[in-house]
Design a protein around this ligand. Structure first.
Ligand SMILES: [Zn+2]
Length: 326
């Protein structure tokens, strides 16, 4: 399956982003442009079923395009060789030799990556991180995903678990996290945290909850981070103030990461990043207040991701192209 390098560099690749509910696949060219796209539902219960969905997506997309390699991004931990998925939260993959299985079925080179790594690679190659090879990328959604790039290379640690920034404990004995600990960063600086705070205020019959309740027809449980973000963008002061809280937690956690990793830039993506400046302004000021060595070092810029929800798909495709020409 070795490819002549120039062909691989110029050729088309398929990127597949496996999310909790949808599998998105696209044909991506060497400029990071998506030429065709297909979406299916994520089958969670059976590893063979996930393989069948991937095969059917690749077949559908390669009918019209000559595709040289396939890159897959999924939440979870891979072994260092990138061939075995050790654990994936949305899928039934447990110590599953996904790469070997798929290469046999697809007759193409397959590259596996953590979804946050795939998105970071996309931003590094074609998005907000172009030209910056020491990057930390943060994805703010239901939880917090993280990726570390050092000297233009993704770093996943010794056991594939690096970048799990969402589980740094930021409030001892704080909110319970599904990982089993308390006070994890993602319980304070994610879209879920935003929704939880709003629901708490609504349950307490706080007058500030009026707009949220109106937006969801009075159904408190339907107040989500996305609802609050949308209202904040329309100028609702209670929503803006909750986003400020979340932004401050974000900035504090980023200052911790700067103390450990000293990146040249932070790139912030994921659903919650749609709040834009309403989130990033308070994050930047909390970051500057808490930065180790402040006054004696430049503060790394904190920028919004540029590729939006397609970053993972584009990055996974490009990673497979990069692996093919190695
Ligand atoms: Zn946790």
């Amino acid at each position: 399956m070795r490819l002549p390098s120039r062909l691989a560099r110029r050729g088309l690749a398929i990127g597949i982003d496996i999310g909790g509910t949808k599998v998105a696949a696209g044909v991506v060219n060497s400029e990071g442009v998506i030429l065709a796209e297909e979406i299916r539902d994520t089958p969670g219960h059976d590893p063979r079923e996930v393989e069948r969905v991937i095969v059917s997506l690749v077949q559908a997309l390669s009918a019209e395009h000559r595709v040289l390699s396939v890159g897959i991004g999924a939440a979870g931990w891979m072994d260092r060789s990138g061939s075995t998925v050790l654990f994936s939260p949305h899928l039934a993959w447990r110590n599953e030799p996904v790469r070997t299985n798929l290469e046999k079925l697809l007759h193409r080179r397959v590259t596996l990556a953590n979804d946050a790594d795939a998105a970071a690679w996309g931003e590094f190659r074609f998005g907000a991180g172009v030209g910056q090879d020491r990057l930390v990328c943060i994805t703010l959604g239901t939880g917090i995903g993280g990726a570390i790039m050092i000297d233009g290379r993704l770093e996943r640690g010794n056991w594939g678990v690096a970048g799990e920034f969402g589980h740094q404990v930021i409030v001892p004995q704080g909110h319970r996290c599904e990982c089993g600990n308390r006070g994890c960063w993602e319980q304070y600086a994610s879209g879920n945290a935003l929704g939880r705070e709003a629901r708490e205020l609504a349950r307490a019959n706080s007058p500030v909850a009026q707009e949220w309740l109106r937006a969801v027809g009075g159904q408190t449980e339907q107040i989500t981070g996305a609802v609050v973000t949308a209202l904040a963008r329309q100028g609702d002061t209670a929503s803006i103030s909750l986003l400020e809280d979340v932004g401050e937690w974000l900035g504090l956690g980023l200052a911790n990461l700067a103390a450990a990793l000293d990146p040249g830039m932070f790139v912030i993506g994921g659903g919650l990043s749609e709040a834009g400046r309403l989130l990033l302004d308070p994050a930047r000021s909390a970051f500057n207040r808490n930065l180790t060595g402040r006054g004696f070092r430049p503060a790394a810029p904190i920028e919004l991701a540029a590729l939006g929800p397609k970053a993972g798909l584009i990055g996974a495709a490009d990673l497979s192209r990069a692996a093919a020409w190695r």
